[in-house]
Design a protein around this ligand. Structure first.
Ligand SMILES: Cc1cc2nc3c(=O)[nH]c(=O)nc-3n(C[C@H](O)[C@H](O)[C@H](O)COP(=O)(O)OP(=O)(O)OC[C@H]3O[C@@H](n4cnc5c(N)ncnc54)[C@H](O)[C@@H]3O)c2cc1C
Length: 471
């Protein structure tokens, strides 16, 4: 006998019907499960750009869920508004006596969920689903949170090997979805949004898209370690947006990595563990959510914050081809390769001498896979203000990074086509005096493509001076 007659399963960043912890428990413990998603107006109304790929990604993923539920005689209820108001209305309308959801660890969502659960007069259940290990599940021997990745990872791996990974078989319980009449789908227009270039980019969306990418990556995972640093090579999984919105299961991904006996697979598993690491940093050190540096001594670095430089960085016209290509990739697609995220972030902070929080905020608005904990972790790593970060005196040389990771300049040419005429020897620093005669014949530097806005060697020294006062 099931415990509850009717329950509500509230989807948020877990947009899939397979291996879903809260959904599984709802289906197991209830006779009839209603599934609902709310486009949260408190979040969406704050977005200035109304052609947001993320909103469209969610919308498309929900369409897939609706179709899946229709096969079981059910449907997904999709609403737009304040969940504080809508969730109690849905509970009342469908006479639910329990609500199920997976935990969302970001500050706003956490507060919202706690308030809603307190207000509802029914049973509420929250589950770990987004991560492998959460909050303070993995602590040092003295019971404190880890702030260095490698020992955290070692302990994490030990736990996975010892405990194994349990997945949730939602499919076997599909007869418990509520049988309801079809519910109309909200349009993007009704929420004030417009179609973006998501379809043109051919990013596979929803649970089906996640499955496609997983199958594709499984064939390449053994090469991950070798190929993951080269932005023009198909070396990474491109699953981050699916991890962000839960259109794939993190447990499934970890299992795939564990079952492959290759160096590529174990390196990839480490990346999944970085993701858990930053989530636990956010949980255990919530002050990072308030714009503070993880290491307090770096809170008030005297950055120059030149707004013209910031604009040039955002628009991909710094005169450093690899940086400009990276920023144009971000602007055009919402994605940036991990190596380039590190290089572009370092360049903003340590070459342009701009506060890392400005860059963090720009990425937050643009990245299709934006996740507060990973983004903040990445920025604080690059700015040397974070836990287990790049030491402050280690400064990426954007020209060497370009030569090493895009040696042929093929990635640069894709996003900075005005440099297409340059050879691989010219493209990384087109202002180089030794090659100027040859380059000048091909492009008009300063007109067709900008001269570099700063000199790396000079800026490096300035950055060291800024940081050395706080060491
Ligand atoms: C400045 C900066 C900002 C970043 N902002 C984000 C962000 O907002 N959202 C985001 O998901 N990642 C962020 N990252 C981490 C990383 O760049 C992306 O996860 C990765 O590029 C996504 O591509 P992929 O899915 O092909 O990754 P893969 O290399 O295939 O890795 C597999 C998965 O592991 C996770 N992962 C990989 N690297 C990291 C990492 N360093 N930290 C946390 N998780 C990781 C992602 O979920 C990724 O999908 C940032 C890194 C930097 C340096």
């Amino acid at each position: 006998m099931n415990k509850f007659e009717k329950s509500l399963f509230w989807l948020r960043r877990d947009l899939r019907l397979y291996d879903n912890a809260a959904l599984y428990n709802a289906l197991k413990e209830s006779n009839s499960v209603h599934c609902a998603f709310i486009f949260d107006s408190n979040i969406l109304d704050a977005l200035n750009d109304k052609q947001d790929r993320r909103v469209e990604f969610i919308w498309e993923s929900l369409l897939q869920i609706k179709k899946q539920l229709n096969k079981f005689g059910s449907d997904l209820i999709v609403e737009y508004g304040d969940p504080n108001i809508i969730i109690p209305q849905l509970v009342k309308k469908y006479q639910c006596d329990a609500i199920y959801m997976n935990k969302d660890y970001e500050a706003y969502a956490n507060k919202r969920d706690t308030e809603i659960l307190k207000k509802l007069k029914i049973k509420g259940f929250q589950y770990k689903d987004q991560v492998l290990y959460e909050e303070n599940e993995i602590l040092t021997q003295s019971g404190t949170p880890y702030t260095v990745f490698t020992p955290y990872k070692n302990n994490h791996l030990k736990r996975i090997f010892f405990e194994g990974i349990t997945q949730f078989d939602c499919e076997s319980l599909s007869s418990n979805y509520a049988k309801i009449d079809p519910v109309a789908m909200l349009s993007l227009d009704e929420m004030g949004f417009k179609i973006s270039n998501l379809k043109y980019l051919a990013i596979p969306v929803g649970e089906a898209g996640g499955k496609l990418l997983i199958e594709d990556f499984k064939k390449r995972i053994h090469d991950y370690k070798l190929k993951r640093d080269f932005p023009f090579t198909k070396g990474v999984s491109y699953l981050s947006v699916h991890n962000r919105f839960g259109t794939v299961s993190i447990r499934q991904l970890a299992k795939i990595a564990l079952e492959q006996p290759s160096e590529g697979a174990s390196t990839w598993l480490s990346e999944l563990i970085w993701r858990d690491f930053y989530f636990q940093i956010l949980f255990n050190f919530p002050y990072i959510n308030e714009g503070q540096a993880f290491k307090a001594q770096f809170n008030n670095l005297k950055f120059e914050n030149n707004p013209d430089y910031f604009m040039a960085w955002k628009e991909g016209r710094t005169g450093y081809p690899i940086i400009d290509a990276a920023m144009r990739q971000l602007n055009q697609t919402g994605f940036m390769h991990n190596r380039l995220r590190m290089v572009a972030a370092s360049f903003l902070v340590k070459d342009l001498l701009i506060d890392w929080r400005w860059g963090e905020n720009y990425f937050a608005n643009k990245l299709i896979d934006f996740d507060f904990s990973a983004n903040n972790g990445g920025w604080q790593w690059a700015a040397s203000t974070g836990c287990d970060a790049q030491p402050w005196f280690r400064i990426f040389n954007p020209i060497l990074q370009s030569k090493k990771f895009d040696s042929e300049g093929r990635f640069i040419k894709k996003y900075v086509p005005e440099l297409d005429v340059l050879t691989k020897n010219e493209i990384h620093e087109p202002w180089d005096k030794r090659k100027r005669d040859l380059i000048n014949v091909k492009i008009n530097l300063g007109v067709d493509y900008p001269m570099p806005i700063v000199d790396h060697s000079e800026q490096r020294l300035k950055a060291l001076a800024i940081y050395s006062t706080k060491k």
